[in-house]
Design a protein around this ligand. Structure first.
Ligand SMILES: [Zn+2]
Length: 289
């Protein structure tokens, strides 16, 4: 039963405490986990009581794991110093990134990334709360070391669409006339709703696409004691976010290529965005009426 092991892992309960709670030997627990033995009713009730969950929820695996984790981390967690400064972003992108990780790579990876960074699940609750760009930078660097590719980070950035589509901004984008306008607002006047870490400048913008230059805000970079914020993985994530712009209008994602990058020696990152022609993107939650 993955539910049992997930509860144990996310609440950081050690083996002996866990065996006490379930009144099982470790071997019996292994048997229960592999489905060769059933969890006794008493153990199930003790577990439900301990986690304040409905026994049926424990059986079906429909437990609110994130809340349980937050509850257990409450008394033993503090924001690490490295992430306590330069809080110039909002959490929505970070939250959808972790959603993407869990949905596509499982809860354990989400848990491991947070643990590796010394962060609590509780930082992923309020999309409007401020956050340092260093969090997502380090999260992606960790995934990069775990063999995530530029393609994965691009897909992750495109997934931001699902976190934004039902927000005020998402609805605003969906009502715009062209993809050009979506891109223009998304990386222009609407940007303050997401972050103030970087500066964005259109070198070209028309109905076919755009050339978008991205550079670090010098004050934020100074506060973070670096020259260039982010890393090459963040650039792939941003490229995916740029690609998602036409999707708000029910169109196919744009093609995005990063032509040059500060993390490879260029003075600024430049993204070439090309809109697809006449292809509708079939997202189930889009209204074409
Ligand atoms: Zn770049």
């Amino acid at each position: 039963m993955d539910t049992l092991e997930r509860l144990r892992v996310v609440t950081d309960i050690d083996d002996s405490q866990w065996q006490d709670l379930l009144q099982l030997t470790w071997w019996d627990y292994v048997m229960v986990r592999s489905g060769k033995k059933q969890l006794s009713e008493q153990a199930l009730l003790r577990l439900s009581e301990y986690f304040d969950s409905d026994p049926r929820a424990v059986i079906t695996g429909k437990v609110d794991f994130h809340s349980i984790q937050i509850q257990s981390e409450k008394s033993r967690w503090e924001m690490p110093d490295a992430y306590a400064v330069a809080n110039y972003g909002r959490r929505r992108t970070t939250i959808t990134t972790f959603e993407y990780i869990e949905r596509n790579h499982g809860w354990r990876l989400r848990y491991e990334v947070l643990k590796h960074l010394g962060l609590s699940e509780s930082i992923l609750t309020d999309p409007f709360a401020p956050i340092s760009m260093q969090v997502i930078t380090d999260a992606l660097a960790y995934l990069g070391h775990r063999h995530f590719t530029a393609k994965d980070f691009f897909a992750m950035g495109m997934y931001s669409y699902s976190g934004n589509v039902n927000t005020l901004l998402g609805r605003f984008y969906s009502e715009l006339e062209t993809s050009k306008e979506v891109i223009e607002h998304m990386w222009g006047d609407c940007l303050n709703f997401y972050e103030k870490n970087c500066r964005y400048r259109f070198l070209k913008l028309n109905e076919e696409g755009a050339l978008l230059e991205v550079s670090s805000d010098p004050h934020v970079a100074q506060e973070m004691e670096t020259t260039h914020l982010g890393n090459e993985y963040i650039c792939s994530l941003k490229a995916g976010m740029m690609a998602s712009a036409p999707m708000y209008r029910g169109e196919a994602p744009a093609k995005v290529i990063e032509r040059c990058c500060v993390h490879h020696g260029a003075p600024a990152c430049v993204f070439e965005i090309t809109f697809a022609k006449g292809v509708l993107y079939h997202a189930a939650n889009l209204n074409f009426a």
